[in-house]
Every structure is written in structure tokens, then in C-alpha cells.
Design a binder for this molecule. Structure first.
Ligand code: C2E
Ligand code: MG
Ligand code: MG
Length: 687
């Protein structure tokens, strides 16, 4: 490969030969010019690397050099001249006119070669730099990125034309400083941007990289990826930072899989709609959240790829059913949202939901597989209390959760009561944890009367929550929550202990020696094997004989897992405590199962007692009583309020009665009075 192309303009043949020998040996390409006029032609599109001239005293060589310099800069075409030794004035003159170097005569081949090489190397280096710059400029002009640059000494900002284009601005209303730039960044992103910038400048991060929103000239925010890298001085301190700006709105705002707008778009549009409607008296927009039921199961059965494809099909079908004013967005895997920007009336939500459901629930065939889906749908219409997208989405989510809890394939419209109930519940749940610790639970006792003798045979302990602010709370309001949270287990333990302690106390105070105390046991307490041990300990601790304690178990709790419960009941029976089947008649126990249960008492539900005002109601109770006799069970009739009810039950041989006729659930001291009264009467009777 040639070392370079050298043009020479020499008039002396001997000098030409010397030059040829010196440079030709070093594999330079040499071309002799007859006159300067040939220069342009020879330069052509393949530029030479060096021009070699002969400068002579009293000739016009200075002008010659100047002429070349008009067309070619020094780093485009370096000029080296040959000059007679000692002609200092001419050397100075030629250098002034734009020549780059000289060699004195007589020519030393090695020296000439060295100087020529040095000039050609300089030219190449400069040219390479220029190409690099040109390439960079071309890249910037051609790429979709903008380029920016901040001088950190004075925070002066330079942004390329492309930056301004991305921001919808002209060069003339350009940004001059970092502060002006920061002012365009979305308020929610600007702090993070400054943190990222500082981190990089302080050397915490290797580069600046941040996604943020910036205000476009049209007053909307667009998403940008800002990248940058600092230039540092010898001590490592950054003095400049430069980087690029890429518009990523498209990627940022669409769901990669379906190509539909994503949650960012939803929040954005929804917030805009809320602001737009703020001054109106009634808002007429709403959202519909949708989920494919049993999506997880489908994933386990068919895999992720299949599920993605299914979601895509569903999304496409939904789009097909929507009006132009509705927007479908993808909230995340398996959650889609339709924003109904304009609703004609309250039924619009449900109408759109029905249409969407019909479309989505048509069979889907992908490859060899065919599936049928159902959707769970939650809807919320905008109301005055919806101040932000977040609020409305929260309500629609509550409705969606309710729809899912109902087993799928359902749609639920959010109603504000639902939210209030949910809040109340959460509050009760939180406070219930403290209720036990703070001793806020108590037991009231309702008398259970022997219908033959009219005596109080026992009491049913019924839980109450003495809430410091809300007063006495009914078990109907907190037992179900305690059951869901599992709190009913420690609570139930306390009930057993407390009832045993109270029973012992009454016996010690002279109550009827056959007195029994009955307590309710939740199905959750039957889940594990712990109950018999809990009962045993409570009996031991209170020194109460097992025969004085009865456990009430509801029919439905027994039926949940019959065999397991049966085992547990047998173990309880072995302890010697009584077992009652509570709310009898309201469940679905079959006679054959009933026969196997080791219970000794049936508690006939209050609904049967109050239904005794007609013939068929009476017959029903008769049937239950007969059944009990068949299985050798005692019967307690619950909820006796009227004398007539008592009479009917007594006549038909019912053993015990419980209800307001004999007393409501009472505090301990009133029970004691009742017991003492009875003891006095008993003593009088036997006297
Ligand atoms: P339950 O075990 O069937 O208790 C009978 C319920 O009927 C009691 O309601 C009682 O006050 C009410 N009642 C009694 N006689 C009459 C009457 O003549 N007329 C009317 N209208 N009602 C009457 P309470 O105390 O509100 O308890 C409701 C339910 O809460 C109980 O039904 C029981 O299932 C549950 N419960 C109460 N305490 C506990 C407890 O300590 N643990 C568990 N797991 N559940 C409890
Ligand atoms: Mg009960
Ligand atoms: Mg009951």
C-alpha cells in the first residue's frame, strides 16, 4: 500500500530525480505537475496528500502558495517547499503565505522523506477528525434522537434542532439553561430527574439514564428517554455533560403484547376527563374493568404463550364492540379497562358490559385448542367524590373483586354503600384484634328452661363486644369477621374458659346442681384437632365437671367435612361434655348422617317456632320432635316469645325452651338473682 500521494512542481530535472529517488523508495505515489493549473484536475476526487514546490529567490512562489491556499486549507493539502540553503527571507515569506514546511538544498533524501511523512500524517489525522465530526453531524441530523449539551460552569444549555422538533419548538424559542429545561419536565418526574443527574455528576452512576415526561408545545406531556454522560477533568470533576433525547411515548404508552394503550394512557385520559367534568353538576362517564376468569388455571393448563394469544383475541374482540368515544386500555396481565368518556344514561355501563361479554365469551380457537371463557366485570360511574383516576379505579376494582368473589361470570356495579361497608369491616377487623387483649368481650347468658318443671336448667353463653366508643356490638356483626380472620379461634377459647369459670361460680353459689352452661362453637374451631384439649384444660382450670358444659355446633358446620368433624365430636364426647346441634332444621343434614353424630341435644331453630302459628308449622315441629325421640335426643326450642308457643311445644313433649318468654341474654348478676330465687322456691316446695 502506498504511503501517500505526492504532487510536485519542480523545474530542475536533477532535483526531480533526487526527489523521485528519496520518496519513491518509500512507496509514495509521485506525480509531477507541469504547472499549477493541473493541480485542480489532478486533485480531482482522489485528493493528494502533499504538494512539493521549488521556491526560488525573486520568483512569485509566495503568490503560488497563496493561490493553492485559496482552494485548499493546510490540513487538506500540506505544502512543503524546497529552498536554497541560507535564504532565510524566502523561507519566512513562503511560510507566511501558507506553506507548512521546507527542506533546504542540497536535498537529503532521509530528511525530505521525514518531513513529507510528518505533514502527510498531520493531514490524515485532521481529516480523520473531520470525517468523524461530519459523520456525527450526519448521524444527529438523520437519527430520531435529539442531542443536548450542558456546560456545567454556567449551566448553559445547547439543544440540537431535533430536540426542539421533539418538543414542538423552534430554534428561536429554544432553551438556554438547565433551569429552563427543568421547568418543562413533569412535576412528578422533575425531582427524580435531578437526583439522577446529581448521581451521575457525583460519579454514583456511570451514565445518566431517565425516563420522564416533558411538556410539548401543544401543552401535552410526552415521554422521553434522557441519556447523558459527563466529561471530567483530571481530578474527576465533571465540567460538561452531553447526551441524547429520545421520544419513547409510543413504547411507553402501548401494551407490548396487544398494541393497545396501557395504564399510563388510562390514568392520563381519566384524569383529564375528571378535570373536564369537575364543574358539571353530574358526571356522565365511567369505567369498566374486566378480567378473564380462571386465567391462572388456563396458564397452568396451556402455558403463557397460549394465554397471551387468548388475551390478544379478547382485546381485539372488545375493540370491535366499542364506540369511538370509548377507550380500551390494558391495565396489566389479564386486566383490561374500558373508559366510557360519554355516557347517555346510567345504564350505559351495563349495556356496554353486556355487549363486551357476549363478544368475549364466544369460543376461541387457537391452533388445535379451543377454549370458552367467562369474564368478571366491575364497573364504576364517576361521582362527586372521585377526585382522581385513582379513586374511580379503586371503586371499580372493589366491584370487580366482588364479581370475582361471586364465582366469576358476574358483573357488579360499584355502589358507595359497598365502599362504606368495606371500610367499616376493615375498621372492625383492626379493632377486633385489640378487643381480646383489652378485655372488651363479655358473655351474656340466656336462660334455658325445663318446660316440664319451668325451672332454669341452664344458660347459653352469648358473646358481646363492649366497644369503648360504639357500645355493645352484636355477635352477628363481629363473629363472621372473626371467623374470616381466624380470630374466632382465640376468642372461642376465651368463651369456653369464661363459661366454665362462671358455671363453677354459680354452682358454688348454690345453683341447681344439674345446671349446665352451653357455648357456641364456630366451624373454624372444628378445623384443627385442638378443641378437645382446649375444653379439657378449661374444665380442669375451673374445676367444672364435664357434664355441666355443653357445646353448640351448627348443622352446617358439621356438614362441611362430615367425617373429620365426626371424629372430633367423638373425642369431645369422650371428655363427657354435652353436644347440641344448633339451628337445627336450617341446614341440609341427611337423616343417615344425623344418626351417626354423637350429639345429645337438638336446638330447633327459632324460625320453626315462629312458624307454629299455622297447622303445617306445627306439624313440622312435631316431626322434628318425633325424630329426636327416635334418635334419643333432647330438644331445646329456640326463640319462644309467646305463651301459645310454649303451650304447643309443651303438649308435644319438647324438653326445653329458650327465648324472650323466659328472659333475654342477661348479665351475670341478673342470672344469679334468677338462680337464687329458684333455689328459694325449690327449698319452699320441698319443705
Ligand atoms: P344462636 O346460637 O342461635 O343464639 C341464639 C340467638 O337468638 C341469640 O342471638 C339470642 O339472643 C337470640 N334469641 C334468643 N331468644 C330469642 C327470642 O325469643 N326472639 C328473638 N328474636 N331472638 C332470640 P345473639 O346473642 O345475637 O347471637 C346470635 C348468634 O351469634 C348466635 O346464634 C350464635 O350463632 C352466634 N354467637 C353468639 N355468641 C357466640 C360465641 O361465643 N361464639 C360463636 N362462635 N358464635 C356466637
Ligand atoms: Mg347457640
Ligand atoms: Mg340457634
Amino acid at each position: 500500500m502506498s504511503e501517500g500521494r505526492i504532487l510536485f512542481l519542480l523545474d530542475d530535472e536533477a532535483e526531480k530525480t533526487v526527489v523521485r529517488n528519496a520518496l519513491g523508495a518509500a512507496r509514495c505515489e509521485l506525480e509531477s505537475l507541469a504547472s499549477l493549473d493541473e493541480l485542480g484536475v489532478l486533485q480531482g476526487d482522489q485528493p493528494a496528500d502533499l504538494l512539493l514546490l521549488r521556491a526560488r529567490k525573486h520568483t512569485v512562489d509566495g503568490k503560488l502558495i497563496k493561490a493553492v491556499r485559496k482552494s485548499y486549507a493546510s490540513d487538506e493539502l500540506p505544502i512543503v517547499f524546497l529552498v536554497d540553503e541560507g535564504d532565510e527571507a524566502l523561507i519566512e515569506h513562503c511560510l507566511e503565505c501558507g506553506a507548512d514546511d521546507f527542506v533546504t538544498l542540497p536535498i537529503h533524501g532521509a530528511e525530505l522523506l521525514a518531513r513529507a511523512r510528518s505533514q502527510m500524517a498531520r493531514r490524515r489525522a485532521v481529516a480523520a477528525g473531520r470525517i468523524e465530526r461530519e459523520r456525527f453531524a450526519l448521524a444527529v441530523a438523520g437519527s430520531s434522537d435529539g442531542i443536548w449539551d450542558i456546560n456545567l460552569a454556567d449551566d448553559a444549555l445547547f439543544m440540537s434542532a431535533r430536540c426542539y422538533e421533539l418538543l414542538g419548538r423552534g430554534n428561536d424559542d429554544g432553551l438556554k439553561s438547565l433551569d429552563e429545561w427543568l421547568a418543562l419536565i413533569h412535576p412528578d418526574d422533575v425531582d427524580q430527574f435531578q437526583i439522577e443527574l446529581r448521581n451521575h455528576l457525583e460519579g454514583v452512576s456511570l451514565s445518566l439514564q431517565m425516563e420522564c415526561r416533558m411538556l410539548h408545545r401543544n401543552q401535552t406531556y410526552r415521554w422521553f428517554l434522557v441519556r447523558g454522560i459527563g466529561q471530567r477533568d483530571g481530578s474527576g470533576k465533571a465540567f460538561r455533560i452531553a447526551g441524547s433525547l429520545t421520544d419513547i411515548s409510543e413504547r411507553k404508552l402501548t401494551d407490548a403484547m396487544t398494541g393497545l394503550p396501557n395504564r399510563i394512557v388510562l390514568y392520563d385520559r381519566l384524569n383529564q376527563t375528571i378535570v373536564k367534568n369537575r364543574r358539571k353538576s353530574s358526571a356522565n362517564f365511567g369505567i369498566i374493568l374486566l378480567q378473564i376468569d380462571r386465567f391462572e388455571t388456563m396458564r397452568e393448563a396451556y402455558g403463557q404463550v397460549f394465554c397471551d394469544a387468548v388475551q390478544k383475541v379478547v382485546a381485539q374482540r372488545l375493540v370491535g364492540t366499542l364506540r369511538t368515544t370509548d377507550t380500551l386500555t390494558i391495565m396489566g396481565e389479564n386486566t383490561m379497562c374500558i373508559l366510557l368518556d360519554v355516557m347517555r344514561d346510567d345504564t350505559d355501563l351495563v349495556r356496554v358490559a353486556n355487549r363486551v361479554r357476549a363478544a368475549a365469551e364466544e369460543p376461541i380457537t387457537l391452533g388445535d385448542e379451543s377454549v370458552m371463557l367467562s369474564l368478571s366485570i366491575g364497573m364504576a360511574q364517576a361521582q362527586a367524590h372521585h377526585q382522581s383516576a385513582e379513586d374511580l379505579i379503586r371503586d371499580a376494582t372493589a366491584a370487580l373483586n366482588k364479581a370475582r368473589a361471586e364465582g366469576g361470570g358476574q358483573e357488579v356495579v360499584f355502589d358507595p354503600d359497598m365502599q362504606r361497608r368495606a371500610r367499616d369491616r376493615l375498621r372492625i377487623e383492626a379493632e377486633l384484634h385489640l378487643a381480646l387483649k383489652r378485655n372488651e368481650l363479655l358473655l351474656l347468658y340466656q336462660p334455658i328452661v325445663n318446660l316440664k318443671t319451668g325451672e332454669v336448667a341452664g344458660f347459653e353463653g352469648l358473646a358481646r363486644w363492649q366497644h369503648p366508643q360504639r357500645g355493645l356490638i352484636s355477635p352477628m356483626d363481629f363473629i363472621p369477621i372473626a371467623e374470616e380472620t381466624g380470630l374466632v379461634i382465640p376468642m372461642g377459647t376465651w368463651v369456653v374458659q369464661e363459661a366454665c369459670r362462671q358455671g363453677r361460680e354459680w354452682l358454688d353459689q348454690g345453683a341447681n346442681p344439674n345446671l349446665f352452661i352451653s357455648v357456641n362453637v364456630s366451624s373454624r374451631q372444628l378445623d384443627g384437632p385442638a378443641l378437645p384439649e382446649i375444653v379439657r384444660r378449661a374444665l380442669r382450670a375451673s374445676r367444672l365437671a364435664p357434664a355441666h358444659l355443653k357445646l353448640e355446633i351448627t348443622e352446617s358446620a358439621v356438614m362441611r367435612d362430615f367425617e373429620v368433624t365426626l371424629n372430633l365430636l367423638k373425642r369431645l364426647k369422650e371428655i363427657g361434655v354435652g353436644l347440641s346441634l344448633d339451628d337445627f332444621g336450617t341446614g341440609y343434614s341427611s337423616l343417615s348422617l344425623l344418626r351417626r353424630l354423637p350429639v345429645d341435644t337438638l336446638k330447633v331453630d327459632r324460625s320453626f317456632v315462629s312458624a307454629m302459628n299455622d297447622e303445617s308449622g306445627v306439624r313440622m315441629v312435631e316431626a322434628i320432635l318425633q325424630l329426636a325421640r327416635l334418635f334419643d335426643l333432647r330438644v331445646v326450642a329456640e326463640g319462644i316469645e309467646q305463651v301459645g308457643e310454649e303451650d304447643l311445644l309443651k303438649e308435644r313433649g319438647c324438653d326445653y325452651g329458650q327465648g324472650w318468654r323466659y328472659g333475654k341474654p342477661l348479665p351475670v348478676d341478673q342470672c344469679l338473682q334468677l338462680l337464687q330465687e329458684q333455689a328459694r322456691q325449690g327449698a319452699r316446695a320441698t319443705r
